[in-house]
Write a protein that binds this ligand. Structure first.
Ligand code: FMN
Ligand code: 173
Length: 426
């Protein structure tokens, strides 16, 4: 990854010289516009939308303006290593693909496209519990490339345990537990469209590939509870029950035969997802289920960070889910500034929410993040140009980070610290 700045910059200038403009725009605002053009109103509403009036999303991005970079001169910056070590493992850069669910909405190749980009750049994916592709399939596509797993803790512990253990068996290096989404936020664009991807059977592939989930779905069918299948389609219920009992999700072909999609799976997902009763005490269970390092994603204040440390977590994920959960919430970068002082380097901090380019990454690292999750930008790239688009966006963020380090007088990612930015007076 070292030296990627000059390589990517050189490539773009060279292509431009011969009249080839990039399909995926480099500029963050134009990237957003280009993705908007290629996506359906429903898909766009889901991925670009945030909670309520989008105030937290706007605050996330605006916060980066409050911490200007202070470039320093005449320091030897000819070498700028990008590598970091997290939880005892070396990574080529401090960047990761954020966990993003329902990727099939952005591109039909979904995770397999992102896996291609991840492999090519050696930037790990964080696989989502709301994925469109079973984690084992993605792990296989990734080959030797490292990946992490993101858990949505189901209200059925046996299912949460099964997901975690599958992830560990598939080779995940870290478990990221997302705490801020025990229920869907108030998403106005989706509500206006009446659109919930999960209700259409999208983004539930980790569930429909899980033996515990299949048993729950089968039990639902055999008990005749609720609308296991729409009344006008009795055969679907029978087929689903049969398929579930033999432990084989008929997914793709049954999806093609019937519309709407297998209702038992959808209803079972809606049953098991919400988990508002979780408390700090529940974290102890995770330790029994897995030996993976545990990162809590969604921490937004110093006090919660302190409590997390008291509960022995391995990493803090400072995030507000891209503003998709609470409207009018604190900007994630402001949370980071406060939390990193509290954590004081005791455990790694993984930051996301609002990063749009390499300079933003630099600022987040300066304010105490050890690594960052990039969210919507690569998703937009994926929508525009599949694997190549996701790759281009991530490579450019890495390239801009490299150049920003050099031009700010910093000789590598490990040298970025608070002195690199001006912190506003309280
Ligand atoms: C369409 C979409 C789906 C997401 N799905 C998940 C998910 O399944 N699990 C999760 O932990 N976070 C999910 N996130 C949140 C991201 O991991 C990340 O926190 C967020 O995108 C950061 O905000 P940003 O994209 O504005 O930078 C999702 C975000 C988007 C935009
Ligand atoms: O859309 C999201 O941001 C998301 O992560 C999610 C996942 C499952 C249910 C609700 C929201």
């Amino acid at each position: 990854m070292d030296g990627i700045g000059r390589r990517e910059q050189g490539l773009l200038y060279a292509r431009g010289t011969y009249g080839h403009k990039p399909k995926v725009p480099v500029d963050a605002d134009r990237l957003y516009e280009a993705a908007h053009k290629v996506m359906s109103p429903k898909a766009w509403g889901y991925v670009a939308g945030s909670a309520g009036r989008n105030r937290t999303d706007k605050a996330n991005q605006a916060a980066f303006e409050r911490y200007p970079i202070v470039p320093r001169m005449l320091r030897d910056v000819s070498k700028r290593p990008m590598g970091v070590s997290l939880f005892g493992v070396d990574y080529a850069s401090p960047l990761l693909f954020a966990p993003i669910g329902v990727l099939e909405m952005a591109h039909p190749e979904a995770e397999s496209a992102v896996a291609k980009a991840s492999r090519e750049l050696d930037i790990p994916m964080v696989l989502s519990t709301q994925g469109s592709t079973p984690m084992e399939t993605v792990a296989k596509a990734l080959g030797p490339t490292k990946f992490w797993y993101q858990l949505y803790w189901s209200n059925v512990d046996a299912l949460a345990k099964s997901l975690v253990q599958r992830a560990e068996a598939a080779g995940a290096k870290v478990l990221v537990v997302t705490l801020d989404t025990h229920a869907m936020g108030w998403r106005c664009m989706d509500l206006d469209e009446g659109f919930l991807p999960f209700a259409l059977g999208q983004g539930i592939a980790q569930y429909t590939s899980d033996p515990v989930f299949l048993q729950l779905a089968a039990a639902r069918v055999s008990s005749g509870k609720g609308s296991a299948a729409p009344p006008q389609r009795p055969t679907l219920s029978a087929l689903w029950g049969l398929a579930s009992i033999v432990g084989h999700y008929p997914g793709k072909w049954i999806d093609k035969l019937f519309s709407p999609l297998p209702q038992a799976a959808v209803h079972s997902f809606l049953d098991v997802f919400p988990c508002p009763h979780l408390t700090w005490k529940d974290l102890a269970k995770l330790r029994e289920w897995t030996s993976l390092p545990i990162v809590l994603k969604g921490i937004q204040c110093a006090e919660d960070a302190r409590t997390a440390l008291e509960h022995g977590v391995d990493g803090i994920g400072v995030s507000n889910h891209g503003g998709r959960q609470v409207d009018g919430g604190i900007a994630a970068l402001d949370s980071l500034e406060e939390i990193s002082r509290e954590v004081g380097g005791k455990v790694p901090i993984i930051f996301d929410s609002g990063i749009r380019n390499g300079a933003d990454v630099f600022k987040a690292l300066a304010l105490g993040a050890d690594a960052v999750l990039i969210g919507r930008p690569w998703l937009f790239g994926l929508a525009i140009d599949g694997a190549q688009g996701a790759r281009d966006v991530m490579a450019r963020i890495a390239a801009e980070l490299d150049l920003t380090m050099g031009l700010a007088g910093v000789a590598g990612v490990r040298e970025i610290n608070r002195e690199c930015v001006r912190i506003p007076k309280a």
